[in-house]
Design a protein around this ligand. Structure first.
Ligand SMILES: NC(=O)c1ccc[n+]([C@@H]2O[C@H](COP(=O)([O-])OP(=O)(O)OC[C@H]3O[C@@H](n4cnc5c(N)ncnc54)[C@H](O)[C@@H]3O)[C@@H](O)[C@H]2O)c1
Ligand SMILES: [Zn+2]
Ligand SMILES: [Zn+2]
Length: 361
């Protein structure tokens, strides 16, 4: 029997989000139906609404979610009905050339549910990042479910499903931050501050938070940064060099997604260090750098998709760090809201006070 539930959809480019009844088929082979408990509001949901990701309207928004598995299809063995799970957008295939090389974190053929969820009139929905969790229930590939403990706050651990994992992973996986290293993070939204938390977890001793918004710099200092730089008033490259003995940081993480901040990251990094781009640029952006500097400064320039995470490895490990009091996931949950408050949450994204609004269902 298909399930009819309430969900948040956007029907056309920049149309307001609407609460609609959607139809979810029974879980087919390899699929799971998940009853959603919480779902964070991420910048990517806004990108979907504004047409920045594609034109496959109507979109079913929401993708940073915790839920409980309520139905599994044939052949599903990684989760059972009743399991508490965080949803991910990296259900690895095990067969592509990345997986075959033993690098499933780069899997080029990740899975989503095969069947479609629809509006009541049969219109097929496009779920955000193959998840669509601003909904009472959603349908995913079973591999998109990662088991987590039940004795932790669903809203907090659900954030590992996207932006917070992207930031932490940019530091611990892509940037491979080591004990005693210096790290600078440019852009201190949810992703950048998560990168700061990741750098702290990895044992960095100098952690420099850079933002044009002084409120974000202050927040970053509360959440693990040892130094703050307001790059509206101060040249961030000079400031980072000054704080690192004149050399630049071992690792600089760009969490804005703009050519000018990428350039800052490139020049604020020590010779032979690492630059990590986790901010997502838009198609028209171009980067210009003297090739001689790219050569002469050595080191590596890496991009980080989803923090190069492997959900089955990284989510439970980070939940454990949270339980041990070493990772303050609670600090990222600024507001708890209802399904009807998502439009207002999008507006709040730009006022500098909210790291994450989380919908509770
Ligand atoms: N790579 C991934 O897998 C992944 C996953 C999720 C999000 N992201 C991307 O990460 C980026 C950050 O996401 P977020 O949720 O933290 O967004 P956010 O809007 O909450 O934060 C962005 C921060 O950058 C600051 N900023 C803007 N312009 C700046 C400048 N010129 N110099 C310094 N700081 C500046 C803002 O003040 C804000 O604090 C976005 O581009 C988002 O799309 C990437
Ligand atoms: Zn693969
Ligand atoms: Zn996201």
């Amino acid at each position: 029997m298909p399930h009819k539930v309430k969900a948040v959809v956007v029907k056309a480019k920049d149309a307001p989000v609407e609460i609609e009844t959607i139809v979810i088929p029974d879980a087919g082979p390899g699929e799971a139906v998940v009853d959603i408990l919480t779902c964070g509001v991420c910048h990517t949901d806004l990108h979907y609404k504004l047409g920045g990701i594609g034109d496959d309207y109507p979109y079913l928004l929401g993708h940073e979610a915790t839920g409980v598995v309520s139905q599994i299809g044939e052949g599903v063995s990684n989760v059972a009905v009743g399991d508490r799970v965080v949803l991910n957008w990296r259900a690895v295939c095990g067969e592509c050339r990345a997986c075959a090389k033993g690098q499933p974190q780069y899997c080029f053929n990740t899975a989503n549910a095969t069947q479609k969820m629809t509006l009541e009139d049969g219109t097929e929905l496009s779920p955000a990042l193959g998840i669509g969790a601003f909904a009472e229930k959603t349908l995913v590939a079973a591999g998109q479910c990662t088991n987590v403990d039940e004795d932790v706050d669903a809203a907090a651990v659900g954030l590992l499903g996207c932006g917070i994992m992207a930031g932490i992973g940019a530091a611990i996986n892509t940037g491979e931050v080591k004990r005693g290293e210096s790290v600078a993070v440019i852009g201190c939204g949810g992703v950048g501050i998560a990168a700061i938390a990741g750098a702290q977890l990895a044992g960095a001793t100098t952690i420099i938070a850079v933002d044009i918004d002084p409120a974000k710099v202050e927040l970053a200092k509360k959440l693990g940064a040892t130094h703050g730089v307001n790059s509206k008033d101060q040249d961030p490259v000079e400031a980072i060099r000054e704080l690192t003995g004149g050399f630049g940081a071992d690792v600089v993480i760009e969490a804005v997604g703009r050519p000018e901040t990428y350039k800052q990251a490139f020049y604020a990094r020590d010779l032979a260090g690492r630059v990590v781009l986790v901010g997502v640029p838009t198609p028209e952006m171009q980067l210009e750098l003297p090739l001689l500097d790219v050569f002469g400064r050595g080191g590596s320039l890496k991009s980080s998709w989803y923090g190069d995470c492997l959900p089955s490895r990284d989510f439970p490990m980070l939940v454990e760090q949270y339980k041990l009091g070493r990772l303050d996931l609670d600090a990222f949950v600024t507001k708890r809201i209802g399904l009807g408050d998502i439009e207002a949450a999008f507006d709040k994204m730009h006022d500098g006070t909210v790291l994450r609004s989380v919908v509770e269902l």
